[in-house]
Design a protein around this ligand. Structure first.
Ligand code: GLV
Length: 315
């Protein structure tokens, strides 16, 4: 029984952890597959399409990422159980990212940075947290943890999901019918949706135009977008157009339509855009390997798996 690790840049690091945690485990790193008939488990992040199909005895696919859109994109994906990465370490990182960027824009830091660059001492009005409405698209493990973190500051929280959720202290909206109402009451929009056929391109100019402008002088200068989900959710050019048109005041983007973000993208140098290289919440080697070994043990013992991907739903 062997574990195959196929992940862009850190496969060797993951393999070293796996060997340290279980010295008896036969760990292979793609593209050195060895005898493919011995591979029963795969730990993967954006593996080459068709790779998993070549493993005739595969029993489990563990996604290195919380999002599995790249895996589901493989037309030859074997029909074996597949689990998403869900872990306190990853969730904590996402919580930090969201809190950091909400606070940054709420406290108008882009403008203070611009003023500092020009050595200008200028007072800017800032709303209190309880006057700022933060809307989360997606209230899964990551979205709800981010919401809980923001609750400590007193933000007014709302969430939008495909199917209705109920969370304490969060106004919950669901489905297409309630999307406009949700947007109309949102000053800072956080995207933590899975990328599926239904969500691709959802963050577009039409949507940005529906974000709240209420109290624009007294509160934030305009709506803010924070996308820590997937680049495919957004239309990069629309983010720029909305920033130029004042439909967005600022944005924090961890993900992009094309990654790495091309040098030619004006997003790199926009004064109100924070660009991070898809590292809002990394899957750190020790937690992801421990998680994979736990799920593999469950397969061996015939126990139920946790966080199994629902292929029909796409996450
Ligand atoms: C990272 O993007 C993840 O899916 O965890």
């Amino acid at each position: 029984m062997a574990l195959l690790i196929a992940s862009s840049s850190r496969a060797e690091e993951f393999a070293a952890f796996a060997r340290a945690l279980d010295p008896h485990l036969d760990v292979r790193v793609a593209p050195d597959l060895g005898n493919v008939a011995q591979i029963e488990h795969a730990l993967v992040w954006q593996p080459p399409k068709g790779l998993l199909k070549t493993l005739p005895n595969l029993r489990l696919i563990v996604s290195v990422g919380a999002g599995v859109d790249a895996l589901l994109d493989d037309p030859d994906l074997p029909g074996v159980p597949m689990v998403r990465f869900v872990d306190a370490d990853l969730t904590g990182r996402m919580r930090e990212y969201v809190a950091l960027h909400v606070l940054y824009h709420h406290r108008r830091m882009s403008e203070f940075r611009e003023l500092q660059a020009r050595k200008v001492w200028k007072y800017l009005a800032e709303p209190a947290a309880h006057e700022v409405r933060v809307g989360l698209m997606g209230l899964g493990v990551l979205g709800s943890a981010a919401a809980r973190a923001l609750q400590h500051f007193g933000y007014r929280l709302r969430g939008w999901t495909r199917s209705r959720k109920s969370l304490d202290g969060i106004a919950c909206y669901a489905g297409d019918a309630e999307l406009d109402a949700f947007l109309g009451e949102t000053d800072i929009l956080i995207a933590l949706l899975p990328l599926t056929g239904a969500t691709r391109g959802i963050l577009n100019r039409r949507l940005f135009a529906k974000l709240s402008r209420h109290g624009r002088d007294a509160r934030l200068p305009g709506p803010v977008l924070i996308n820590a989900g997937r680049g495919g959710l957004q239309v990069d050019a629309d983010v720029l157009a909305s920033l130029e048109a004042g439909e967005l005041y600022a944005a924090s983007l961890d993900v992009f339509e094309a990654e790495p973000l091309p040098h030619s993208s004006p997003l790199w140098s926009h004064p109100r855009v924070l660009v991070t290289p898809h590292n809002a919440a990394e899957s750190a080697p020790a937690p992801i390997v421990r998680y994979a070994l736990k799920q593999m043990a469950a397969v061996r013992r015939g126990e139920p798996l946790r966080n199994v991907v629902d292929r029909a739903q796409g996450y």
